[in-house]
Ligand binder design. Structure first.
Ligand code: FE2
Ligand code: FE2
Length: 193
């Protein structure tokens, strides 16, 4: 199940009420990019659009609120999530999508893993992960390179996107989430098989 027209407009109203104009511009850029990637690679366009709209729906919450919401939803956190809580907003948005908007599990799963990736990424997961990095308002030059790669080949493009993100994390001395390490290894194995 994806969104009905009514629940999509409810979700948009929630986003417009909750997110800053800058964040909203990003979300709409991810939506347009996800639609384009989905269309190019035979992924359900409506699901991709819904995932993109939902993906940062909890980004407005403070970090203490994000921890509280994860506890409320019974989300299991890894040690790295506690030390560097950058992915919590996706875990919460997936629960909000399911609970409040009746969004189906495949879309919610793409939202859940949009920050870290995961070992067995579906095409929908990959479309959202890549669109989040390479939507047009991203200010870094790697976004355009990633975008060209994704349009040419979804799997290669996601590997490229993940490597750009890993390089940025390492430059900043940040933790690498174990799920990202497993994701990259699984994507490489898939590319070589
Ligand atoms: Fe996000
Ligand atoms: Fe995002």
């Amino acid at each position: 199940m994806t969104t009905t027209a009514a629940s999509k407009s409810d979700l948009l109203a929630y986003l417009e009420k909750s997110l800053s104009s800058e964040r909203m511009k990003h979300v709409l850029g991810v939506r347009d990019t996800a639609i384009e990637y989905a269309g190019a690679h035979g992924v359900d366009v409506e699901r991709a659009e819904t995932a993109a709209l939902l993906h940062d729906a909890a980004k407005w919450m403070s970090i203490p609120t994000q921890f509280a919401q994860c506890a409320r939803y019974g989300v299991l956190l890894m040690r790295e999530d506690r030390v560097s809580p950058v992915a919590l907003h996706g875990y919460i948005a997936a629960e909000v999508g399911r609970e409040r908007y009746g969004i189906g599990p495949d879309v919610c799963e793409a939202v859940r893993c949009h920050t870290t990736g995961k070992p067995h990424m579906t095409d929908l997961d990959m479309v959202l992960y890549a669109a989040d990095f390479s939507e047009p308002s991203r200010p870094f030059p790697e976004a355009a390179t990633a975008r060209d790669m994704v349009m040419a080949d979804l799997l290669d493009g996601v590997i490229c996107t993940m490597e750009f993100r890993l390089q940025a994390l390492m430059r900043k001395g940040r933790l690498i989430h174990p799920r990202t390490v497993h994701a990259r290894n699984a994507l490489l194995a898939r590319a070589r098989s």
